[in-house]
Design a protein around this ligand. Sequence first.
Ligand code: SF4
Ligand code: FE
Length: 491
Amino acid sequence: MALMTANEYVESLRKLNTRVYMFGEKIDNWVDHPMIRPSINCVAMTYALAQDPQYAELMTVKSSLTGKTVNRFTHLHQSTEDLINKVKMQRLLGQKTASCFQRCVGMDAFNAVYSSTYEIDEKHGTHYHENFKKFLTFVQDNDLTVDGAMTDPKGDRSKAPSQQADPDMYVHVVERREDGIVVSGAKCHQTGSINSHWHIFMPTIAMGEADRDWAVSFACPTDAEGMYMIYGRQSCDTRKLEENADIDVGNAKFGGQEALVVLDHVFIPNEYIFLNGEYEFAGMIVERFAGYHRQSYGGCKVGVGDVVIGAAALAAEYNGVEKASAVKDKLIEMTHLNETLYCCGIACSSQGFKTKAGNYQIDLLLANVCKQNVTRFPYEIVRLAEDIAGGLMVTMPSQKDFDSDTVVGRNGETIGEICNKFFAAREGVSTEDRQRIMRFLENMCLGAAAVGYRTESMHGAGSPQAQRIMIARQGNIQGKKQFAKDIAGIQ
Ligand code: SF4
Ligand code: FE
């Protein structure tokens, strides 16, 4: 099968028996649900841009497994150029959606599991790498979206998986059979889980011998028997349920998605298993996946940042203040911060190296520095955007008021006319355009999209402390001491 079109992707989701729950109920037609659909449109964009000749070079690539043209989101990086193109592709998608487009978690899982399974087999004589290659060929041939599922609920954080009062706090093997394993547990805040055709499950922390049953990685279809999702709600999400609320929603076309994914005794056939008890490799998968996803943020968040900066500049223009030096300087600062993140994404890619399995890995130190900056700079960019936009982005009446015919004025003016009169700004700019940009900024800074641009910048791909641990490990303080000793003449 060739690359899917955006529409074929959306239709392919309907064929799955994915079990989705929201507001305490099962949602049967979740594909058309107004709260879910924007997140599907977002993933669909990864298919649409791959069909666009203008972006074909960035979005598509020759498969290292089959030689066929595949979507870059299913690709194993073959060079530092591939790693750089990945970041560029993510920036492009961020610019086109102003949201989390979700498909990267699978791409990052592919690359982490591909190289790790090679090394597991090398030590243990297992055949996880062959399993994985077969699985990825199937994914590439069918142009599938795959969720990379890592974050377990974790229960009592001071205890290892095997010490938890409830063993389900980490995904684990409950039964080993001749033909496969049965697994239970859950993964929290899974990006794009419902919009994926398949899932790759991976451990979330390094493990010891006692955690053998929790050291497990495998692929399974999103509608596997025993698997279901409970939708994560977002700030202001029910605005999407209101009639004619496209302006109030802020970004009515696109959005991100997270869900709680539950595995209740799901059977995994042998051919889809990539780790099963080789506990000393759990940490390797975590480190590699996290490294790739920390690189990813130097692309996707930068693309979204581009849109935030553009929206702030438009807000200033509509208010007639775009020539004020203070506004110009704020836009410079926002650009400086955003491009610094991009520098990190490009740097960790250009310093990448070949793994034993043959695909390319990013520079871990620089990728962690990248993500550490992402835990800060988008917050500052958003602060400056709010500064430029002014309070109206959170105090403006609803679209229903702007549309209202109810008479309120002594000369028969309607609520709509009054709103349009008092929220007009610069001449030649429609009040509606001003409304649109204010609501868009509200959405980006503290509405539904702030999930992706703010809190996800903090905690996605690992919380700040996780990067600091990696920076400590990779920072080579001993080597730096030696530099100082050599020059200072200390033996
Ligand atoms: Fe991709 Fe960014 Fe979303 Fe992660 S947060 S899935 S890198 S868009
Ligand atoms: Fe993320």
